[in-house]
Design a protein around this ligand. Structure first.
Ligand code: B3K
Ligand code: ZN
Length: 865
């Protein structure tokens, strides 16, 4: 028998430069599913066409499949081979019909890739390489086929049968069974295949497209969840209209179905005409979903819908091009969300997310460019870099081109590559052709990993009225890329006068594309203050010599809301880093700036809530040469306490100002709710005697989950009777709602309390905890491992706990386990003792017999990097 560890020790590396076009195309495929949770029969009929004058056999990928029968042109053959899971069939001609039959067991599929069971229903997930777990097929995105799918199943158990495209026929069968047939006229790669069989009900609506096509929309859920689908359905209609208006993209089938399932490896999947969603991104009502959940639902519904053009009509040639569809589609969904409420707050949230997830990735052992050069397991590359940095790269292109030329260029791209499997290069070239802008050097964003750092220093010569801005850039080495070239950095810049608080120069778009350059501003008659990277125009780290006074000035006067937020964040960061390093810092500048923001009646409460929040422990750690989790925690708590105490009157005024509101899901009401809970957090941080009672009152009186979870989060940081009571009440109220119970686990895993590690260890033995459900695993293990202080407990017990859980999870679901590994790979950022303990856990993982290649790749790269 093959020693699995030996197999892992010599990993199979797939390289981008090795791409060759497929030897065989499959213009049509007919699939026939005889569905059953224990044993499903899959018959596939493929029309295969040789693509050039080669003599190679047909190779059909398979994973865990055994062929029951293989036919060529209607005749059973036995000259095939079964090699590394794939079926190799010698064929003599240029065009054949190949039929195979296999049997699979959905109910035993714990990986949740391929056809699997969730909550008594059957569903599929194929991206990236799950289709090969269903049937033998060339499982690569550049093989596009027209699908016809027939399903038969027990009618009582699976009354609803759905697949891609439009329904074409259905009927009854003997013995209580029934069948349905679906046809998708749009050629697609197999990763977009989907079927669902289940006992589901639909919330239905209609949409008339811009050319007058009538589309029947439906969101399918279990009957009890039907009332929770209104928000997602409305978001779908809004996104369909938005894509017509903003990108000129129209929907193309008669039906659009969405199905929600409880067991899902990530957020949702854009299968053509049949999106399948993690139920957390569909189900919402005021009582069970937070404002954050409502927003995320709309964003994910839009994202998957937008993939119909950026992903499905134009797909990826190979998986190295993943950011072609993901980066662009994230950029599109961010634009959609920005248009639904406050664009400024949306930008702040997106940048916060980028800094929390992508910057550490770019600075660590798993750093990779948005178009990677190699991988072992493609599932490991659905990363913040591909998605979120990918979106920032598209945003920079849009900024450089300007709105009008960008739209011309995207029209050109959609037009030229419709119906094909394209590359990132195809996209960039379309941007160039559509705009006349040369993006030669800009292409480095696709090949170079790492976050560029820009140093900016502004010198004023009062005598000559000149201000000289000196800019320089560098990108630190990343694994496999020791030397970096200067990137193209579009920097939005503006100067303000320190005395008059007026604009000294209008906003300029400066293209920093060399290692260093200078800019001269004339007619600068008073001391200028620099506002740079406004709107976060480039996804970089900016280091300036601006004083605390200048940052405080910008936090009060900058007219770009993002820059205003950023100045405050920088001021807070500088203070926290100083305090964590020296054990003390002067809090006065931060307190004054926060007071100014709280007093500014012209500001949107949602913006105030973002601006007055301290940077996270993790982000403070990212600024330090080595992360000291305890010192950072103490510094942050001390600043929170001071802010709470010294601004007590203001926090209470804002808190009370928002109390009377009834639940409404509008941008204004959301902003007030957010500010209310932020204020409550500061009142509690001040140590005020009435804080637990105040929080408990909010917890009990809440008419929505945002207020209730906000109060719970505040309460469980403390050590009061209210804390225990709130946890019990919450559990008893929502114990039967899996999505809300996830919040109960997650809130405890994120707690700043001293005993969080022990609590989490106990929760892992709770009767409601299971590793089999990815949402639950992420709620406890994933949340705990980003709780910087608890996870990095000096004893190493946090590392050991997470490693134990991931080793267990890997046996069930390698993809979800591997996604949770990166926090253990951050050992270089910590002191020698912690680093040694983390490495020991990584080594233990790598040495685990039977480890998946998903985990092997993540853990071995984390050790080496
Ligand atoms: N395209 C899917 C992600 C698939 C992840 C596979 N490991 C959802 C999305 O990005 O829209
Ligand atoms: Zn996507």
């Amino acid at each position: 028998m093959l020693d699995i560890q030996t197999a892992s020790a010599t990993p199979h590396i797939i390289r981008r430069i090795d791409y060759t076009p497929p030897d065989w195309q499959v213009p049509t495929i007919a699939l026939d599913f005889d569905l059953d949770a224990a044993a499903t029969r899959v018959r596939a009929t493929l029309q295969v066409v040789r693509t050039s004058a080669h003599g190679n056999p047909l190779i059909l990928d398979g994973d865990g499949l055994t062929p029951i029968i293989v036919k060529v042109d209607g005749v059973a053959v036995n000259d095939w081979r079964h090699e590394d899971g794939a079926l190799v069939i010698p064929l003599s001609g240029a065009d054949h019909i190949v039929e195979t039959e296999v049997e699979i067991a959905p109910e035993r599929n714990t990986q949740l890739m391929g056809l699997y069971a969730s909550g008594g229903n059957l569903c599929t997930q194929c991206e990236a390489e799950g289709f090969r777990r269903i049937t033998f097929f060339p499982d690569r995105p550049d093989v596009l086929s027209v699908y016809t799918v027939r399903m038969s199943a027990d009618q009582a158990r699976y009354p609803v049968l759905l697949a891609n495209g439009d329904p074409t026929a259905a009927g009854e069968l003997p013995a209580g069974r029934h069948w349905a047939e679906w046809h998708d006229p749009f050629p697609k790669p197999c990763y977009l295949f989907a079927l669902v069989a289940g006992n589901l009900v639909a919330n239905r609506a209609r949409f008339t497209t811009m050319s007058g096509r009538e589309v029947a929309l439906a969101i399918w859920v279990r009957a009890a969840d039907l009332p929770k689908t209104e928000h997602a359905l409305a978001a779908l209609q809004t996104s369909m209209a938005w894509d017509e208006r903003v990108y000129g993209r129209e929907y193309d089938l008669d039906v659009f179905n969405i199905v929600a399932v409880d067991d899902f490896n990530f957020g949702a999947m854009e299968n053509k005409g049949l999106n399948i969603f993690n139920s957390r991104y569909i189900l919402a009502d005021a009582d069970t979903a937070t404002d954050y959940d409502f927003d995320a639902i709309a964003a994910v519904v839009a994202h998957e819908y937008f993939h119909n053009w950026s992903g499905n009509r134009i797909t990826c040639r190979d998986w190295f091009q993943l950011s072609l569809k993901e980066g662009f589609t994230v950029f599109r969904d961010q634009g959609f969300s920005a248009d639904q409420g406050s664009a400024a707050v949306k930008r702040i949230e997106d940048v916060r997310g980028l800094r929390a997830a992508q910057f550490p990735e770019d600075a660590g052992p798993l750093a990779h460019p948005i178009r990677p050069d190699e991988y072992q397991e493609i599932s490991n590359f659905y990363t913040a870099t591909i998605y979120n940095k990918g979106a920032e790269v598209i945003r920079m292109i849009a900024t450089i081109l300007g709105a009008e030329r960008f739209r011309t260029a995207t029209d050109l791209y959609f037009d030229r590559f419709d119906g094909t499997a394209a590359t990132c290069e195809d996209f960039v070239r379309s941007m160039e052709f559509g705009s006349g802008v040369d993006l030669t050097q800009f292409r480095l964003w696709y090949s170079q990993a790492g976050t560029p750092r820009v140093t900016a220093s502004l010198r004023h010569e009062p005598g000559s009225g000149r201000a000289i801005l000196t800019l320089s850039q560098r990108t630190l080495p990343t694994p496999g890329q020791p030397d970096k070239q200067p990137m193209v950095l579009p920097l939005k810049i503006k100067l303000f006068g320190a005395d008059t608080a007026t604009t000294l120069s209008g906003e300029q778009l400066v293209m920093l594309d060399t290692a260093g350059q200078q800019m001269i501003f004339d007619g600068v008659t008073e001391r200028p203050v620099l506002s740079i990277n406004r709107g976060f125009s480039a996804p970089i780290i900016v280091e300036t010599d601006r004083s605390a006074a200048d940052l405080a000035f910008l936090s009060a006067h900058d007219d770009d809301p993002f820059a205003r937020y950023e100045a405050m964040q920088q001021l807070m960061l500088d203070t926290l880093v100083e305090s964590a390093t020296l054990g003390r810092a002067d809090h006065a500048a931060v307190i004054a700036a926060v007071a100014g923001t709280l007093d500014d009646a012209s500001l949107d409460p949602a913006f105030i809530a973002e601006a007055v929040l301290l940077p996270s422990d993790a982000f403070v750690g990212d600024q330090m040469p080595l992360v000291d989790p305890e010192a950072i925690f103490r510094a942050r708590e001390a600043l929170r306490r001071d802010l709470g105490r010294q601004l007590d009157v203001r926090w209470r005024a804002h808190y009370e100002g928002a109390l009377a509101e009834r639940f409404e899901y509008t941008p204004a009401a959301k902003g007030l709710r957010r500010l209310k809970t932020v204020a409550l957090g500061y009142i509690a941080a001040s140590g005020a005697a009435d804080a637990p009672a105040l929080a408990f009152r909010q917890f009990e009186a809440a008419d929505n989950m945002t207020d209730r979870q906000g109060a719970l989060t505040t309460l469980i940081a403390g050590d009061t009777a209210e804390r225990v009571a709130a946890l019990d009440i919450f559990y008893n109220l929502y114990g039967d709602n899996a999505l809300v119970l996830d919040k109960w686990f997650q809130t405890q895993a994120l707690s700043p309390r001293d005993d969080t590690l022990a609590t989490v260890q106990e929760l892992a033995r709770h009767r409601d905890f299971t590793l089999a459900n990815p949402n639950r695993a992420r709620a406890l293990i994933g949340a705990f491992s980003v709780n910087q202080r608890a996870f990095n407990a000096a004893s190493g017990a946090g590392y050991r706990f997470v490693a134990d859980q991931l080793i267990a999870l890997d046996k069930l679901n390698p993809q979800t386990a591997a996604k949770l590994l990166p926090p253990l790979g951050r050992w270089r950022r910590f002191d020698a003792k912690r680093a040694g303990l983390m490495k020991a856990e990584l080594e233990r993982i790598v040495g685990t017999p039977g480890l998946s290649k998903d985990m092997f790749e993540q853990a071995s790269k984390s050790l080496a990097g």
